[in-house]
Ligand binder design. Structure first.
Ligand SMILES: Nc1ncnc2c1ncn2[C@@H]1O[C@H](COP(=O)(O)OP(=O)(O)OP(=O)(O)O)[C@@H](O)[C@H]1O
Length: 313
């Protein structure tokens, strides 16, 4: 059976310099895939490219199908129609998506105007209901407030309600809890888990604690490619790619990873557009040998010529 989202050889380049270098990913219906990797490895660009939201200077190629519909190369007009209805996205900073001078309730009602045939009064009533459904207390009063009058956690709840208003098949969340403090982060994650039971979720994060909390499967990205993919359990307990293992090394208990930043790995991620010969992790890898001068394909969930087979102690 085909998966809801199937990404094949996705590439994003700026003036011939590739930032995303042939991403392979799938997300099943109603499943949550966490995409992890160090800053700059192309996580956000991959997500933006799917919905036609990559910067205008970006050249996007390859294939991404949502329920069989090809997204790459589609006209802006068609992608606009698709966004919100079949796929929606929430970002780290809700202020960047909310209109600072419009009341919260009105903004939700505007989205409902696109997705439903409700009249104006019904839309406002439904907006308040949606706010209640994402745990916003005193919603009728808050609906009349401006975005800056709400806390970061409340604003993110509003964004989640807006994103889910059109009942999309796919929700993309790019570091949606990174800017929140730990308690609020846990509440927003719980809400996302609860509200996306029937929605496929592509969740971008650099926080392994969050991965264990939310995902069914994980894709690890490095230098614009997916280098390992597997179930949360397999990735956290028996990482096979040396990069994944390095990311996890400072996590004391794989069953209960600590929340926080990824540990730093000596060396640097190859720059955007840098010529990469063979395995992109080779210069930082303790297991590299001559074989690694040839690019390892992503076979059996891991792109490595020397995948680890042992269970880490
Ligand atoms: N408009 C642009 N022009 C040139 N390069 C860009 C542009 N936008 C992004 N890039 C480059 O593409 C690379 C990948 O960016 P992306 O935001 O996808 O990384 P990321 O993995 O999401 O990182 P982070 O976790 O920091 O958000 C970055 O190194 C960035 O500098």
């Amino acid at each position: 059976m085909t998966e809801l989202l199937e990404i094949h050889d996705l590439r994003v380049a700026f003036g011939g310099r590739e930032a995303v270098r042939g991403v392979e990913l799938t997300v099943g219906r109603g499943k949550t895939l966490a995409v992890v990797g160090e800053s700059g490895c192309g996580k956000s660009l991959t997500a933006l490219a799917l919905l036609g939201l990559a910067p205008p200077a970006a050249h996007v190629s390859g294939s991404a199908t949502l329920g069989g519909t090809e997204l790459i190369g589609r006209a802006d007009r068609e992608l606009r129609r698709l966004r919100g209805k079949r796929a929606a996205m929430i970002f780290q900073d809700p202020m960047s998506s909310l209109n600072p001078t419009t009341r919260i309730g009105t903004q939700i009602a505007e989205v409902l105007a696109i997705h439903t045939s409700l009249g104006r009064r019904e839309r406002l009533r439904r907006a308040v209901e949606l706010m209640e459904s994402v745990g916003i207390t005193d919603a009728a009063r808050r609906a009349k407030q401006m975005p800056h009058e709400l806390s970061g956690g409340m604003r993110q709840r509003v964004m989640i309600s807006i994103a889910l208003a059109g009942s999309p098949e796919l929700l993309i969340a790019d570091e949606p809890t990174t800017a929140l403090d730990v308690t609020v982060q846990a509440q927003v994650l719980a809400l996302l888990r609860e509200r996306t039971r029937d929605t496929a979720l592509l969740f971008i994060t650099h926080d392994m604690g969050v991965v264990a909390e939310i995902a069914d499967r994980v894709a690890v990205m490095y230098a614009g490619r997916v280098v390992e993919t597997g179930t949360v359990r397999a990735i956290l307990e028996t990482p096979r790619h040396p990069y994944t293992a390095a990311l996890l090394r400072s996590v004391p208990d794989p069953d209960r990873p600590v929340a926080g930043e990824l540990p730093t790995i000596p060396g640097q991620v190859p720059a955007v557009g840098a010529k990469i010969e063979g395995c992109p992790f080779r210069p930082r890898c303790g297991h590299a040998d001559d074989t690694c001068h040839t690019t390892p394909p992503l076979t059996g969930g891991v792109a490595c010529w020397h995948p680890r087979t042992e269970v880490p102690a």
